[in-house]
Design a protein around this ligand. Structure first.
Ligand code: NAD
Length: 242
């Protein structure tokens, strides 16, 4: 259970982030839903989370913006009193073959997926260090573990998230801060809408995952039961990348 914990979830308005917000709310955590574009979706997630009797609010922040990340972390701390759980879920794709990939497509994906996670960790960490505790959960991808054609930028960003996770885990373990990554495979969300990959037919469990498949692991990694797990990368991929 996550009673009286405060969870900050980036990109929480839809897809995997929304499922994590609702699962953590169900387990008793207050929820700060961070969104960059779709305010209505984020407010709807906050409303649905609030139905579990917890405090839940939507706050705007483009995670790739260092100073905006600082401002939103301060805002969450002011409104909720503290932060116990950071979920770096916000992510984008800009797929294309490397031979024709535009520079901006590479930079933008790294800026959101990798630097965005750094930005949030950078500003939340002083709060965690001061209270000598906290959980960081970074959403990577199996693309960051085994690569994926057409996703050089995305795979690089998600592999970077794995390195970030392990460095942070080592750096902050003496302060009782755990940092882990989740590497989803093919999960049914807006990001994978209309996707047609031969890899889908190779998933041992024979189906794409649901956002809830990922959310249950995120809630576990945030719980007391996961207090001795840090620097780990857990695949939620139906066995695809084993
Ligand atoms: P999604 O597109 O439904 O959700 C992504 C969320 O991130 C959206 O709410 C979006 O508004 C938000 N976001 C994007 N840029 C942002 C920014 N600059 N600042 C703040 N928020 C921003 O996709 P999803 O499938 O729910 O993906 C969630 C995470 O899971 C991503 O990091 C993604 O890379 C990862 N992932 C997804 C899959 C999959 O199959 N769906 C597989 C592996 C990893």
């Amino acid at each position: 259970m996550l009673n009286s914990k405060v969870a900050l979830i980036t990109g929480g308005g839809r897809g995997i982030g929304r499922a994590i917000a609702l699962k953590m709310a169900e387990e008793g955590a207050s929820i700060a839903v961070i969104y960059s574009g779709n305010r209505d979706a984020a407010e709807e997630t906050a409303r649905a989370a609030g139905e579990y009797g917890v405090m839940a609010e939507a706050l705007k922040c483009d995670v790739s913006d260092f100073s905006a990340a600082k401002t939103v972390v301060e805002a969450v701390k002011t409104r909720f009193g503290t932060i116990d759980i950071l979920v770096n879920n916000a992510g984008v794709t800009a797929d294309g073959l490397v031979m024709t990939m535009k520079e901006d497509a590479f930079d933008r994906v790294i800026a959101v997926n990798l630097k965005g996670a750094f930005n949030m960790i950078r500003h939340v960490t002083p709060i965690f260090v001061k209270k000598r505790g906290g959980r960081i959960i970074n959403i990577s991808s199996v693309a960051g573990l085994i690569g994926n054609p057409g996703q050089a930028n995305y795979a690089a960003s998600k592999a970077g998230v794995v390195g970030l996770t392990k460095a942070i885990a080592r750096e902050l373990s003496s302060r009782n801060i755990c940092c882990n990554a989740i590497a989803p495979g093919f999960i049914r969300t807006g990001m994978t809408e209309g996707i047609d990959s031969p890899l889908i037919g190779q998933i041992p469990l024979g189906r794409m995952g649901t956002p809830e498949d990922v959310a249950s692991l995120a809630a576990f990694l945030a719980s007391d039961g996961a207090a001795y797990i840090t620097g780990e990368v857990v695949r939620v991929d139906g066995g695809l990348a084993m």
